[in-house]
Design a protein around this ligand. Structure first.
Ligand SMILES: [Zn+2]
Length: 153
């Protein structure tokens, strides 16, 4: 994570972000639950999606949490710190999207409901900036709006 980048995060966004869970890092939980397997993204079962490197080692995953009927799910994403910026989170999101999950609505809901980490926001803004140069500004302008619930406190 680029600390200078973090300082440029708009206040409307930073006030909604939460710290990573230091007690139970999601990547550690995923590695305990899942072993070597087929490289790439697999939907293991239920809420669990895992991504493995070319040697079949677990390097990341997503837990998809159902929030409610007609509400975007909560996506808890983890990628091992030594395997960041290699496209693993992008591969996970593409697989989720292909399965019918609206990952952009889920990200917007997560930010609005204050369940997004700094890493999650950096992934969100990086992803959207590839197709929209004003993505950072637009995310900040609607940081408190859940696509399902509307404006959040
Ligand atoms: Zn909502």
């Amino acid at each position: 994570m680029d600390p200078m980048g973090a300082e440029r995060i708009p206040r409307q966004v930073s006030r909604r972000l939460i710290p990573d869970n230091a007690d139970e890092p999601l990547i550690a939980l995923i590695r305990r639950k899942f072993s070597r397997g087929r490289p790439g993204v697999t939907h293991e079962y239920g809420p669990w999606w895992v991504v493995r490197d070319q040697h079949g080692r677990v390097v990341g995953g997503v837990r998809v949490g159902e929030v409610g009927v007609d509400h975007p799910p909560a996506l808890d994403v983890a990628v091992d710190e030594h395997h960041r910026r290699l496209g693993y989170a992008t591969a996970l999101y593409e697989a989720l999207s292909s399965s019918g999950i609206d990952v952009e609505a889920a990200s917007a809901a997560s930010l609005a409901h204050r369940s997004m980490t700094l890493a999650g926001y950096m992934f969100m803004v990086g992803r959207r900036s590839k197709i929209d140069l004003d993505a950072g500004m637009k995310i900040a302008a609607t940081a408190d709006v859940c696509p399902s619930c509307g404006v959040c406190d």
